[in-house]
Write a protein that binds this ligand. Structure first.
Ligand SMILES: [Zn+2]
Length: 289
C-alpha cells in the first residue's frame, strides 16, 4: 500500500540555485530551517525534520499507513471519478496528469480500517492531486464515507490536506460540495456518530469553511497552514498587521478553532484513545491483535 516518494527531489541552495553533485531523490532540504538531510533519515523519522521538527506533507496512502493497523485498510469509493461538467479549458488534461503523477483517482482516499484494533471509516486528502482541491468526486466520496459511518455506527476520521479549497475548474459544482459535506456531517450528528478531523498542512478556503472546521473533535499537526484566505488577502482586506503565526495550527488553537495540536508521533495513539473513549457500549472489544 505504501506509496513511493514523489516529492523528495534535489534540493536547491540557500540562494535558490540548484545544489550540484546530489543524486535526485537522495537528499531533501527542510523548507523551514534549510538543513539538508538524507531523504531516508527523514522518512525514518515519519517525515519530520530531525533539526527543527518541521512536519513535511504526507501523501494520502503514507498518512493512512502511519495511522491504521497494518493490513486493515479496505479502500472504498475509489471509482467515484471527476468529470468536466463545465467544459473548463484544460481541466481534463490536468486531471489526467494528476492521476498519472500521483497514482490516485482523485484528491481524497477513503476506506474502512482499524486503529489499534478499533474500527473506523477513514479518509485522507493528497495535496499533490490538484492542490487537494474539492471537486464533485471528492465531495461525493466524503459523503458516502460519512453515510457508511452512520450505517456501521463507527467514527469517521478525516485527514485534510486541501490547500486548493473548492476546485475552481468545477465552478459552482465544487462550491456545492461545501453544503453537501456539511449536510452529510449534520446527518452524522443526528445519528450521534463521532467525526474526528485532523487538520494537516495546508487546509484552506472552501474545505476549511466546510467539513474541516465541523469536527466533533478537531486536531491539528504543529505548524500547519490552516485558514480561509491567505495572509496577503487578510492584510489587504483588514488593513492591519496580522500576527506572525496568523493561520497556523497554533494561532487557530489560541482562537479556539482547534481542540488540540498533536505531534505526528502522537497522532495514532491519540486517535486510538479517542476511538476507545467514543466507542459505543458493547463495541469496545478489540477486533484484531
Ligand atoms: Zn528543519
Amino acid at each position: 500500500m505504501r506509496a513511493k516518494s514523489r516529492w523528495f527531489t534535489k534540493p536547491s541552495g540557500r540562494n535558490g540555485s540548484a545544489v550540484t553533485n546530489m543524486p535526485e531523490g537522495l537528499w531533501v532540504k527542510c523548507p523551514r530551517c534549510a538543513e539538508i538531510h538524507f531523504a531516508k533519515d527523514i522518512e525514518r523519522n515519519l517525515r519530520i525534520c530531525t533539526k527543527c521538527d518541521y512536519h513535511y506533507r504526507l501523501h494520502a496512502y503514507e498518512r493512512i499507513d502511519l495511522t491504521v493497523d497494518e493490513g486493515s485498510f479496505v479502500k472504498i469509493n475509489d471509482d467515484v471519478m471527476s468529470v468536466d461538467p463545465l467544459g473548463f479549458p484544460g481541466y481534463p488534461e490536468k486531471l489526467a496528469r494528476a492521476i498519472s503523477s500521483t497514482g490516485l483517482t482523485d484528491a481524497v482516499v477513503c476506506g474502512e480500517a482499524l486503529i489499534d484494533g478499533r474500527r473506523c471509516v477513514i479518509s485522507a486528502a493528497d495535496f499533490d492531486f490538484l492542490g487537494g482541491s474539492m471537486g464533485s468526486a471528492v465531495g461525493e466520496r466524503l459523503v458516502r464515507a460519512m453515510e457508511l459511518s452512520v450505517e456501521l455506527r463507527i467514527p469517521f476520521v478525516l485527514f485534510t490536506a486541501n490547500g486548493g479549497g473548492a476546485r475552481m475548474f468545477e465552478g459552482l459544482y465544487s462550491l456545492m460540495q461545501m453544503a453537501k459535506t456539511s449536510a452529510g456531517l449534520a446527518k452524522m450528528e443526528r445519528a450521534a456518530v463521532p467525526y474526528i478531523v485532523v487538520l494537516t498542512d495546508p487546509t484552506m478556503a472552501g474545505v476549511y469553511a466546510s467539513y474541516a472546521s465541523l469536527g466533533d473533535i478537531i486536531l491539528a499537526e504543529p505548524g500547519a497552514l490552516i485558514g480561509f484566505a491567505g495572509r496577503r488577502v487578510g492584510n489587504q482586506d483588514m488593513g492591519m498587521k496580522l500576527p506572525d503565526d496568523f493561520q497556523s495550527s497554533e494561532f487557530q488553537f489560541r482562537c479556539g478553532m482547534v481542540d488540540q495540536i498533536v505531534h505526528r508521533r502522537e497522532l495514532r495513539s491519540t486517535l486510538a484513545t479517542l476511538l476507545m473513549l467514543l466507542a459505543e457500549e458493547g463495541s469496545d472489544v478489540k477486533t484484531s491483535a
